[in-house]
Design a binder for this molecule. Structure first.
Ligand SMILES: [Zn+2]
Length: 382
């Protein structure tokens, strides 16, 4: 062996050793992922229709002068396309493309894949109650209903050793203290104009508090703009590392009630961008990466055509909703769901009927737990 080839041999040996080392490291990382007590992030955006999720911008509404202050050029440019796929990708890129490919997305009624609320009321408090308690109690019939008498799945998680004092909820609307019965549930619920600075004191939360206080209040004292809820929740997630977090956005419903179609689409688009941001953070942060489930859904549907602004038991179609799930890329419970339902990942195309009341038990099951409260509860979806 001459000097040149011996140098080459040494170089080759180093390469092989390094490579083996990398492979071994990779294997340890694969095997070593701690899949015990996975994290859960639940997102709701109030009253976002399945129609926009699966069909993007609605041309009939986009063309209406009444719902666009006489000018549709802005939304046509931002969300318009003759292709359904492109409209979906322009409006809700994370939900319809990322989750719609690597997660599970249910509720496309164009494919007879149906999700409905089981409660008879088709508005907010009954919907959020159904999502979190799994019990569509018809007696819960008002948004002014007092503190919820039924145990919710977040309170159940708060009682489990692995999740104790690691559960928190943020909501733009000031009803979540009652809907999630903060006093009985034992985890913090920061809603409306309450501020995270009440539990997390530092200069950053002081700034958020001041901005919230001085902000434009189009929904008066009942609900803040989503941007404040989002940034408080995100800051809490990054600094306090909860294992279970719920974030509720409200603008999609508010702008729809106002008949403002471009603001409704913009609000939905912004929520999608925030959820993407949260998911990128999750998948790049040790402790969360490959050990976190994400559920996104809505509390109720809305009407068709001119009826899109409204919902409630007298509005046809307002019981129809949708939901999506994301999870670890490999060997996750989402794969188990797909196998159990004999499906492929992504946007679901099979004829099926699911209900909102199944989400509470599904959330627990994704974490390897069984939600068995004192009240009747919908079965997990798998
Ligand atoms: Zn609502």
């Amino acid at each position: 062996m001459n000097q040149k080839s011996s140098i080459f041999a040494v170089f080759l040996a180093i390469l092989i050793i390094q490579n083996n080392g990398l492979n071994a490291q990779k294997q340890i990382e694969e095997v070593g992922i701690d899949r015990s007590a996975p994290n859960l992030i639940v997102i709701t955006t109030d009253g976002l229709r399945w129609q926009e999720v699966f069909n993007g911008m609605d041309f009939a509404l986009a063309n209406s002068k009444k719902f666009n202050h006489g000018d549709s050029a802005y939304i046509y440019k931002k969300y318009g396309s003759i292709s359904v796929k492109e409209r979906q990708a322009k409006l809700l890129p994370f939900i319809t493309q990322t989750m719609g490919k690597n997660g599970l997305l249910f509720g496309n009624r164009f494919n007879d894949n149906k999700v409905d609320v089981a409660n008879p009321h088709w508005f907010s408090y009954p919907g959020y109650n159904e999502i979190f308690t799994g019990y569509p109690d018809s007696a819960i019939n008002s948004n002014n209903y007092p503190p919820n008498p039924h145990e919710n799945v977040l309170a159940f998680l708060q009682k489990q050793k692995a999740y104790q004092n690691k559960v928190i909820a943020f909501g733009a609307w000031d009803a979540y203290n009652r809907i999630l019965n903060e006093a009985a549930s034992g985890f913090p619920v920061i809603n409306g104009f309450e501020n995270v600075s009440s539990i997390l004191k530092d200069p950053q939360t002081k700034i958020l508090e001041q901005l919230l206080k001085d902000s434009y209040k189009p929904f008066k004292e009942a609900e803040c703009l989503d941007v404040f809820t989002h940034h408080q929740a995100k800051y809490y997630l990054e600094t306090k590392r909860p294992k279970v977090m719920y974030i509720s956005y409200g603008e999609t419903d508010e702008w729809a009630h106002e008949g403002n179609y471009s603001a409704y689409l913009d609000a939905a688009h912004q929520v999608d961008a925030w959820v993407n941001e949260l998911w990128q953070w999750v998948q790049s942060t040790p402790g969360y990466k490959d050990n976190t489930y994400l559920l996104i859904t809505t509390d109720h549907g809305r009407g068709f055509g001119e009826g899109w602004t409204d919902h409630g038991a007298d509005v046809k179609g307002a019981s129809s909703i949708w939901f999506g799930l994301m999870g670890p890329e490999k060997n996750s419970n989402l794969t188990k769901i797909a196998v159990a339902l004999k499906r492929t990942m992504g946007e679901q195309t099979a004829n099926q009927q699911l209900y909102q009341k199944q989400l509470a038990a599904t959330m627990a099951k994704l974490l390897g737990l069984e939600f068995t409260p004192a009240h009747p509860v919908g079965e997990a979806i798998y």
